[in-house]
Design a protein around this ligand. Structure first.
Ligand SMILES: [Zn+2]
Length: 562
């Protein structure tokens, strides 16, 4: 690389159209030349390395060009242009206020301003880092700025606009230079690589542009640094190694592990990163940016905010689709907080490890919360459905009231709350059902159906435990197709059943679908019970169990038969 000229100098733009990423400014400056509306003072603001001084030089060269092109660019051929290109023009004067900021320096400049240009039309005075001037120097300069000679044009450049006093600001036409976009830098770097016959990976150029953070001058310096290190081929790997940039793939890998609640793998990757010589703060800052970039990828509209190469952009889109927004927000919150707390932390490594562990539990937490929300949504849904049912019942009830044959209940208040209204209606309805349902069939009795119907009746007695216990296990005996017999152990039970007989018959006729069903209730004959009823082994067993419950226990314990 003997004849390699440093790109930053070689590829410094020498006309407006080759300035990278400041199109709106270059167009405005060209227009002012075209319309002959030149101001006496300009203030170029913006970050370092974005082309402020370069633009000021091009501007000075172009307004002095003897034969500008139809696009209002300098011709680069006339005597003035040549003088500019050879750095021997008397029409341009530069003062770096960072190192020459005394009153004396400014007075020297003012002396020069008095001398009109010998060749060309304008003298341009560029004061770089103008905010560095001492207040005395500022004041000395102010008078000249207020009443400049017709041929004098001042271009003040600064990275810190807020440090410029208002009296200066109000006298200048202000241009705000943008940070150069990564894609613009990459395009220019590709052009330089092509001109120099260097084979450069697109991803590598992206890394360079990102590292330069919007400064073209820095991007070109990094480019030179890598060329001198790895020759005519610039790869992604050689670039991240040379610029000490943490590989993207680490962030993709660790995000996957965090998302899968894999604490141990996440900590191992962090360890590997530290072993590669990166510091923890750099890592956590990068991780926060990674989460931010994933969030940006969630929406097609904001994907464009992602300043990465095409292959890496695809990776981002894939991972962003995999990770939930809730997760990304929380992970971003944790990483951002860790970034802020990092400096004050005594055990910096632990600080980051804790953050990683916290992040590793996020998806679990979110799932639990999600389930809770789902449940409450379900409850809410059920509630709505219930309300709807109540509404329907209300309508049904009102219809019922309107029917002339339906017995109207005067004292039910519709204004009662939904649920109580619902029970009222239900109660009324079931009473109505019991009293009015007409059974038409006469299906012959069967033991199974009969016991089932009986069980349904006894279920209604649960609230009266003594009665319920006395009746629930009773076996009814079929006497003929429509008649069954029930034997009870005492007279008072028989009397109670007599009182309930209408209800019993109504329910059992309906359940059995037999309109002629009759039930005969008899009081048990104790002697008969002992002698006549114990026909089968089962009956005998039952009788014994009644006498001594342990017999049943013994039967079950030893798995015996009757
Ligand atoms: Zn020219």
């Amino acid at each position: 690389m003997e004849n390699y000229i440093v790109s930053a100098r070689k590829y410094r733009p020498n006309d407006f159209k080759s300035v990278v990423g400041q199109q709106s400014i270059t167009v405005t400056l060209k227009n002012s030349i075209k319309t002959q509306q030149l101001a006496h003072a300009y203030l170029f603001c913006g970050p370092r390395g974005v082309g402020k001084t370069t633009c000021a030089r091009i501007f000075a060269k172009t307004i002095n060009c003897e034969n500008p092109t139809s696009e209002f660019e300098a011709c680069n051929k006339c005597e003035s242009c040549k003088a500019f290109d050879d750095n021997r023009s008397y029409n341009i004067h530069e003062l770096d206020a960072a190192s020459n900021n005394s009153v004396e320096d400014i007075r020297n400049l003012i002396e020069q301003v008095r001398i009109p240009p010998q060749i060309g039309t304008h003298s341009v005075y560029i004061i770089d880092e103008v905010h560095m001037l001492s207040s005395q120097a500022f004041n000395a300069f102010l008078k000249t700025l207020e009443e400049p000679p017709s041929y004098a044009i001042f271009v003040l450049a600064t990275t810190e606009k807020h440090k410029i006093i208002p009296t200066i600001l109000s006298r200048c036409q202000i241009f705000d230079f943008n940070r150069i976009k990564v894609e613009d830098s990459v395009r220019y770097l590709s052009y330089v690589a092509e001109q120099e016959g260097i084979d450069a990976d697109k991803d590598a150029l992206n890394i360079i542009a990102q590292k330069a953070d919007g400064a073209m001058r820095d991007a070109l310096s990094f480019f030179d640094q890598i060329v001198s290190f790895s020759g005519k081929k610039i790869t992604y790997e050689s670039t991240i190694e040379n610029l000490n940039v943490l590989d993207y793939t680490y962030y993709f890998k660790i995000t996957d592990f965090i998302y899968e609640n894999n604490i141990s793998e996440s900590l191992l990757i962090f360890n590997e990163i530290l072993n590669n010589g990166f510091d923890g703060h750099h890592f956590i800052y990068g991780l926060a940016s990674h989460f931010r970039d994933l969030m940006v990828c969630k929406d097609i509209a904001t994907v464009e905010l992602l300043e990465v190469g095409v292959t890496i952009k695809e990776k981002y889109i894939i991972q962003s689709q995999k990770t939930g927004l809730g997760f990304l927000l929380k992970a971003l919150e944790i990483s951002n907080k860790t970034d802020l707390d990092y400096r004050g932390s005594k055990n910096k490594r632990l600080q980051i490890e804790l953050a990683l562990m916290q992040m590793c539990t996020l998806t679990k937490q979110i799932n639990i919360e999600q389930r809770k929300t789902d449940n409450s949504e379900l409850k809410q849904k059920n509630k709505i459905e219930k309300t709807n049912i109540v509404e329907e019942k209300k309508e049904e009830y009102q219809k019922m009231r309107q029917k002339p044959d339906a017995p109207a209940k005067q004292n039910i208040s519709i204004k009662k709350s939904g649920i109580s209204l619902k029970t009222e209606i239900k109660k009324e309805k079931s009473e109505k059902e019991e009293n009015t349902i007409v059974v038409e069939g006469t299906i012959a009795l069967k033991q199974d159906n009969l016991q089932l119907a009986w069980a349904k009746f006894t279920q209604k007695l649960v609230e009266k435990p003594r009665l319920f216990n006395a009746l629930k296990d009773k076996e009814l005996t079929i006497l003929d197709n429509n008649t069954a017999e029930l034997i009870v152990s005492n007279k008072s039970l028989a009397q109670t059943l007599d009182k309930l007989k209408l209800r019993i018959l109504s329910l059992l006729r309906q359940e059995l679908n037999n309109k002629d069903f009759e039930l005969i209730i008899k009081i048990e004959d104790v002697k008969k019970k002992k002698t006549e009823h114990l026909y089968t082994d089962r009956d005998k067993y039952k009788y014994l169990v009644e006498k001594n419950p342990y017999i049943e226990k013994m039967k079950n314990e030893f798995d015996l038969d009757y």
